[in-house]
Design a protein around this ligand. Structure first.
Ligand SMILES: NC(=O)c1ccc[n+]([C@@H]2O[C@H](COP(=O)([O-])OP(=O)(O)OC[C@H]3O[C@@H](n4cnc5c(N)ncnc54)[C@H](OP(=O)(O)O)[C@@H]3O)[C@@H](O)[C@H]2O)c1
Length: 234
């Protein structure tokens, strides 16, 4: 990482939940933070946390314009050390006959294509030894789902499909960039008490943000980390 300046991070989905907690955590540690939010009012709230170190980006990751908006905001800065693709939404149809194809497409647009759009825009600015973290979920693990480990926890088809698609995108990038200095990984942040909480949620986003911050240095390329447990099988 670039050692001659303050570290810089982009975090998507920063208006609330884990993204908001991560934004506060990195600001607390004197990083420059570019939190991406959809609404101006959320950008204004974030700006009040740190006028000098917080530079909100207002955009929607399902809109291709997110790429030019990100580029225009960060090109005058001295490189990006870390990108956390965190923005996400839940789905509703838990059973086959409740699953609407349009909901599946819409969640893939956020969890997989949204990550693709943002990462394409940020990658040219990522510094040597930069880090890309995609926030996935235990529900995106085909190993866990197929082993029946999550059978008793309701989760939509669309969310599971979209996170599995994101995981494949992560692995495609891991293979492409295997010989570079960039580290790319995926994390399951834990069962967090946020607006998207699962029924077994037992941790706060602040706890997850603290652990993620501490783990940054030890993150290895290609891993699927669980912040409160063992590594996850893809
Ligand atoms: N909570 C959990 O237990 C849990 C477990 C595993 C994985 N995760 C994953 O962790 C991440 C964060 O989850 P969370 O619980 O913090 O969720 P959350 O509280 O529901 O917050 C979701 C965030 O994503 C943003 N977002 C949604 N769609 C977007 C779009 N199209 N463009 C830009 N931003 C968008 C939301 O913005 P608005 O405020 O504008 O809607 C919000 O900031 C998600 O990827 C989620 O799938 C969460």
């Amino acid at each position: 990482m670039n050692k001659d300046k303050g570290k810089t991070i982009i975090i998507t989905g920063a208006s609330r939940g884990l993204g908001y907690a991560l934004t506060k955590q990195f600001l607390l540690n004197q990083w420059q933070v570019f939190p991406l939010v959809r609404k101006n009012k959320d950008a204004k709230v974030l700006k009040t946390i740190s006028e000098s170190k917080c530079f909100p980006i207002v955009s929607d990751i399902t809109d291709i314009k997110v790429q030019s908006t990100i580029r225009e905001t960060i090109e005058s800065h001295d490189g990006i050390d870390v990108l956390i693709n965190n923005a996400g939404v839940g789905g509703s149809g838990v059973l086959l006959n409740e699953t609407r194809p349009d909901e599946v497409l819409s969640l893939i647009d956020v969890h997989c294509l949204g990550v693709l759009r943002v990462t394409q825009a940020v990658m040219p600015f990522l510094v040597d030894e930069g880090i890309l973290i995609n926030v996935s979920s235990r529900f995106g693990s085909i190993s866990k789902v197929s082993a029946g480990e999550l059978d008793n926890i309701a989760c939509s088809y669309s969310y599971r499909i979209a996170k599995a698609a994101q995981n494949m995108l992560t692995q495609c990038m891991c293979r492409e960039f295997k010989d570079s200095s960039i580290r790319i990984c995926s994390i399951h942040p834990g069962r967090l008490r946020t607006d998207s909480a699962s029924m077994d949620a037992d941790r706060t986003p602040e706890e997850a943000a603290e652990i993620l911050f501490e783990r940054l240095k030890s993150i290895k390329h290609g891993g699927f980390y669980s912040l409160f447990e063992e590594m996850i099988e893809w």
